[in-house]
Ligand binder design. Structure first.
Ligand code: SF4
Length: 343
C-alpha cells in the first residue's frame, strides 16, 4: 500500500522531500488540502509529480454516494477508503457557513445502547489523513479550495469515539487548523466524546482549544451504565471533574449531550442529578430528540415530554436547549446509513 500524504504535516513533508527546494513541502501541503491529485499539482515539476504518484497517495478518501434531505439543508455522504471500508458523514448548511460531521473510526468499541455505530464493534481507527480527507473531499465537492473554504465548522460526532483514537485525532486537529492548509480554526471544531476522562485532561494539557462535547445521557451512574458501558470505567464524577478541568484550562464552555429516552433517563431523579452536576462552572446541556434505532428498541419521547423535561431543568437554572434533530429522513443518527449501505 502506498503512503497517504495527507497524514503528513509540513515539517514531516520537509523531511520526506529533503532533496527538494525548501518551499516544496508547503506547495504540496496546499495542493493536498485542496483535494488535488498529483497530476493536477500544476506548479510542481512534471518529473517530481510522476515520482510522487509512484510512491504516495494524495486522495485519502472518495465520495461514493450523496443523499440530500428534502426536509432541511442536510446532505449525507458515504466515503470509500483505500481498503474498501466505508465511512459516512453529514453536511449541514446554515446561513453563516457549513458544518461537517466526520467519523474518526470505522465502527466503535464503546457499545452505547442507543447507537448504531457500535453494533458491529470496532473495525479500525482512521488515520489523521483519512479523518482530514472527509473535510477535504466535501469542501471540494462544494466547489471549495484551500483558499476559498466552503466547509467552515467541524464536529467530530460521526462513527467512532474520537478520544479512543487519540493520537490520530489530535494530529488531525493540528493538520486541519494549520494556516498553510485548509486552516479551520480550532474554535470552530467540536469534539464529542462518551467521556474518556483521562484523555479529556490530556487534551486540555496539550493546549487544544476545541469545543468539548460530552455525550452524557444520564448523570446517574446506574442508569448511565445501562446506556453506556464506558461508565464502568469512568464514573459521572470523573467525567464532570475532567469537564471542569477542561473549562478551567481552556476557558471554553463544556457542552453535555443528553438524548431523551422514554422510560430511561427523564424522571425526577434524572432532573435533580443533571442540575447538580452542571452547577458551578460554565456548561450547557443539549437535549436531543432520539432517532429511533430499529436494532436497539429504545423509545424516543414526545415533544411535550421533551418540553416539560427542559422546563424542569430551566427552573433549576440549568443552561439548556432542545436540539433540532436534522436529517431524520436520511438516517441522521450516527452509523445508521453505513449499516444500510453495507447490508
Ligand atoms: S455513541 Fe459514540 S461512543 Fe457510543 S457507540 Fe456510538 S459512536 Fe461509539
Amino acid at each position: 500500500m502506498k503512503q497517504l500524504l495527507t497524514d503528513y504535516n509540513i515539517e514531516e513533508l520537509n523531511q520526506l522531500f529533503a532533496d527538494q527546494p525548501k518551499f516544496r513541502a508547503k506547495q504540496i501541503f496546499k495542493w493536498l488540502h485542496s483535494y488535488t491529485d498529483f497530476a493536477d499539482m500544476s506548479d510542481i515539476p512534471q518529473s517530481f509529480r510522476e515520482e510522487l504518484a509512484q510512491n504516495y497517495t494524495a486522495i485519502p478518501i472518495k465520495i461514493v454516494k450523496m443523499l440530500s434531505s428534502k426536509k432541511d439543508n442536510t446532505k449525507k455522504f458515504l466515503y470509500q477508503l483505500y481498503d474498501g471500508n466505508i465511512v459516512e458523514g453529514v453536511l449541514m448548511e446554515y446561513k453563516y457557513g457549513s458544518t461537517i460531521c466526520i467519523s474518526t473510526q470505522i465502527g466503535c468499541r464503546m457499545g452505547c445502547a442507543f447507537c448504531a455505530s457500535g453494533i458491529g464493534g470496532l473495525v479500525r481507527n482512521l488515520s489523521a489523513g483519512e479523518i482530514l480527507g472527509q473535510v477535504l473531499a466535501v469542501n471540494s465537492y462544494m466547489g471549495g479550495t484551500v483558499t476559498n473554504r466552503k466547509v467552515t465548522n467541524i464536529v467530530l460526532m460521526g462513527s467512532g469515539e474520537p478520544l479512543d483514537n487519540y493520537l490520530n485525532v489530535t494530529k488531525f486537529l493540528s493538520l486541519v487548523s494549520d494556516p498553510d492548509g485548509i486552516n479551520i480554526s480550532q474554535r470552530n471544531i467540536s469534539l464529542s466524546t462518551c467521556g474518556l476522562a483521562q484523555n479529556i485532561i490530556k487534551l486540555a494539557d496539550e493546549g487544544y482549544k476545541i469545543i468539548l462535547t460530552i455525550s452524557l445521557h444520564s448523570a446517574i451512574d446506574e442508569v448511565r451504565k445501562r446506556l453506556m458501558p464506558i461508565s464502568n470505567k469512568y464514573k459521572v464524577e470523573d467525567i464532570v471533574n475532567a469537564a471542569k478541568y477542561y473549562f478551567n484550562k481552556t476557558g471554553r464552555r463544556v457542552i453535555y449531550e443528553y438524548a431523551m429516552i422514554n422510560g430511561e433517563n427523564m424522571d425526577n431523579d434524572a432532573i435533580e442529578a443533571l442540575a447538580r452536576i452542571t452547577r458551578g462552572y460554565s456548561c450547557h446541556v443539549n437535549l436531543i430528540m432520539l432517532n429511533y434505532v430499529k436494532e436497539k428498541g429504545l423509545n424516543p419521547c414526545t415533544r411535550e415530554q421533551a418540553k416539560s423535561f427542559e422546563n424542569e431543568l430551566i427552573k433549576r437554572n440549568v443552561s439548556v436547549t432542545i436540539r433540532r434533530s436534522m436529517g431524520s429522513d436520511i438516517e441522521g443518527a450516527c452509523g445508521q446509513l453505513r449499516r444500510k449501505f453495507m447490508e
